[in-house]
Design a protein around this ligand. Sequence first.
Ligand SMILES: [Zn+2]
Length: 426
Amino acid sequence: MSLTAFLHSRYGRGFASRTEIEAHHAAAFRRFRAQVMPRSPFYRGMAELPLEDLPRMDKARLMANFSAINTCGIDHDTAMRTAIRAETGRDFRPLIGEVSVGLSTGTSGQRGLFLATPRERRLWAAIMLGRYWPELWRRQRVAFFMRADNALYRSLSNALVRFEFFDLLLPFEEHLSALAGLNPSVLIAPARILAMLAERQVAGRISLSPRRVISVAETLSPDDAALIGQAFRIRVDQVYQATEGVLAMTCRAGNLHLNERWLRIDRDVIDRATGAFCPVIHDFTRESLPILNHRLDDVLIPDPDPCPCGCASQRIARIEGREDDILWWASAAGPRMVTSEAIRTAIACLPQPLRDYRVIQRGRGLHIWLDDAASGADTALGASLAGLARQMGCQLPELAFHRGLPPESDAKRRRIRVEPDAIAPR
Ligand SMILES: [Zn+2]
């Protein structure tokens, strides 16, 4: 394991200032330009360019140029075949040479390939173990729910860890007895799975007592964080990780910080009022498949306050979800961003109790399902949203209230979302 990364992650206080972060980035990218870019046919001639002048990438462009970008000489089709074979056979050690290959669908549903060298796997393990290990001297039992296992995650297994993988493609209920048998001390899963486990825990179907609960790979809504925290009587930590890299992590104080130790993260600001931005990332730890000037479509809301933990890495108030899921309401000055947080607050402040809800923007209308709500909830929420629109100087969309919940699969359990045919301004 990479000892320095481990110690940094476990005991490091983090960066003391923005100046220190910039100096760290300058040194890291000097090394990256000298040692990594020349090994990539795509980037070989660009090592002198400022990072922001490199070709702007996204998942589609990265995949289209995969063969030329990676530094391992791995051809796209070979990698894809290897990854698909591993997925369909549920054999999770897909390696080309010593490079592991993984497949991700990501939130956008587009298939992405990723690579990890042994060094990258060790680095990932070091930071995870360092940051989130409950007690180093005790053997830990880790339950890890993932869509597919991968050598990346296997690198966590050693004498100190009993590591059990739970395949998300198998029926969820089938995992419950194995999970109870393991009684994990560390529970790692995507947010929606943690929420489903929390519901079972509350209902008395399982009785787990994890020392750490870590939400990975997708955004954790405040509703789900509260539900999970109450069910397991522990704070939920969050590792916000895309295929493209580990973007942010919860600190000891429980706040999300950008992972500026590994990445330089520029901002494509989409809303001035909140500072909401889509991250444009440059990762100097990824040597197999360089990720440079790469725009993600997740929307992050920065938190300008310094964190009590003392780390100067940018604090993130929350991850708002995908850019496609932001609500935009019309105003005289053009469309204004309405965050799902604002809607959530309006619902949380209702005097009437309700069991659950969904809010879906469809075309120019806002469809609202209030499940098992006391009478008067529609009127109260309508008034509250009208107040929100007035406060923001926007026009309130047409509201349509429904009973119960819309039919949906568990995969789509986001409470507030926008459908593709909704107005997409900007
Ligand atoms: Zn902090």
